[in-house]
Write a protein that binds this ligand. Structure first.
Ligand SMILES: NC(=O)C1=CN([C@@H]2O[C@H](COP(=O)(O)OP(=O)(O)OC[C@H]3O[C@@H](n4cnc5c(N)ncnc54)[C@H](O)[C@@H]3O)[C@@H](O)[C@H]2O)C=CC1
Ligand SMILES: O=C(CO)COP(=O)(O)O
Length: 346
């Protein structure tokens, strides 16, 4: 038997990653908040609400008892929605020691302080050695990973040893793991692309076509990078799996909850109607609020995020938001780079 891994969170992503680990020979204990999820896995070996049509092997043991989940582990993986992240880390903290290697796979911001998830982990688990912390991100829908479709992801950690330990833990023939030392860029790429996917869904719901989709993705990546660099990320990360890679999959996949939520908004539903019709997390809604505040704090211009914020939280008509975006003042496409290196011929 390989390593023991405690997976905290039995939603779609926690369950799909537990499957990857089980395929790799790990003994997995998966914590679910709700006892009925545990009961279903024990009785049927399925998690039908979050990952239908997938059979879970016996090497994945579910429990709703956090202490039991964390009793005996070599590694901990946290994969719950960002809104539940800080509270869950508070509860997890007493069972984590300095040398535990912890990885999270959550794509969002802390609602209290707008912090990244790795910052929340270190705040709530102060005894943890920061070098033992990593993030897993990249273009990876649970529905496809659980069908063992070829997938590539990034593990980012400040410590090469930790990044490589998690690379070894997760990597297999259908799940290819790259390492990256840029934790800030990896976390921001994953969290901010959800906003753009919502925007693309909105645009598709309004039947605006493929040109608009390409514009939102490209200019969306520009503003993701702009905020990211200001917050300490490396620009190159946004050209990789955690940036453009995840942006592409989330803006174009039928599996994306963010795209689906945006699409329904574009068709005229309200935010409350959309949220009550989805039984899964829509991180982009929370991320829009966080990124709007972060753009003001860091004095970074994010027109698309601003427009989506006004649609989601101030009742602005999506068509009016698009008119405002199209009517912005004239600008150079490569404004930051241009200042540094590009020259007009005359
Ligand atoms: N589903 C996917 O394909 C991927 C998801 N992610 C990220 O993983 C994170 C988790 O997402 P999913 O597993 O997809 O969500 P999900 O919507 O499938 O499941 C949510 C899980 O969180 C639990 N939960 C909800 N509220 C909670 C609370 N207040 N306290 C404790 N637990 C609570 C639910 O019981 C459920 O187990 C998100 O940040 C998402 O962006 C990242 C990559 C892929
Ligand atoms: O992050 C994801 C894929 O990489 C999941 O995106 P959604 O939350 O939009 O489904």
């Amino acid at each position: 038997m390989g390593s023991s891994v405690a997976v905290i969170g039995a939603g779609s992503w926690g369950t799909a990653l537990a499957l990857v680990l089980a395929d790799n020979g790990c003994k997995v204990t998966m914590w679910a908040r709700r006892q009925e999820v545990v009961d279903e896995i024990l009785a049927e070996r399925t998690n039908s609400r979050y990952l239908p049509d997938v059979t879970l092997p016996e090497t994945i043991s579910p429990t709703s008892d956090l202490e039991r989940a964390l009793a005996d582990h070599d590694y901990v993986l946290a994969a719950m929605p960002s809104v539940a992240f800080r509270d869950t880390m508070k509860q997890v903290s007493p069972f984590i020691h300095k040398d535990t290697r912890v990885i999270h796979a959550t794509k969002g911001f802390d609602k209290e302080k707008l912090n990244r998830m790795s910052q929340v982990i270190l705040e709530e688990i102060p005894q943890l050695d920061a070098r033992n912390l990593a993030v897993l991100t990249g273009p990876s829908h649970a529905e496809e990973v659980s069908r063992r479709f070829p997938t590539t992801v990034v593990v980012a950690s400040k410590s090469r040893a930790t990044a490589e330990a998690f690379q070894d833990l997760f990597m297999n023939t259908y799940f290819r793991v790259y390492t990256n030392p840029d934790v800030v860029g990896a976390e921001l790429g994953g969290a901010l692309k959800n906003i753009i996917a919502l925007g693309v869904g909105l645009s598709d719901g309004l039947q605006f076509g493929d040109n608009a989709k390409a514009a939102l993705m490209t200019r969306g990546l520009t503003e993701i990078s702009r905020l990211g660099i200001q917050m300490g990320a490396a620009q190159m990360t946004f050209a990789g799996l955690a940036g453009i890679g995840d942006l592409i999959v989330t803006c174009t996949s039928k599996h994306s909850r963010n795209w689906r939520a945006g699409y329904q908004l574009g068709q005229g539903k309200t935010v409350d109607e959309v949220l009550s019709s989805m039984n899964m997390v829509v991180e982009g809604i929370h991320a829009t609020k966080a990124a709007y505040a972060l753009s003001q704090k860091h004095e970074v211009i994010m027109p698309i995020t601003n427009a989506i914020f006004h649609v989601l939280f101030e009742g602005k008509n999506p068509r009016a938001a698009v008119e405002d975006l199209m009517g912005r003042g004239k600008t150079h496409e490569m404004e930051e780079v241009a200042r540094m290196s590009m020259r007009w011929e005359e």
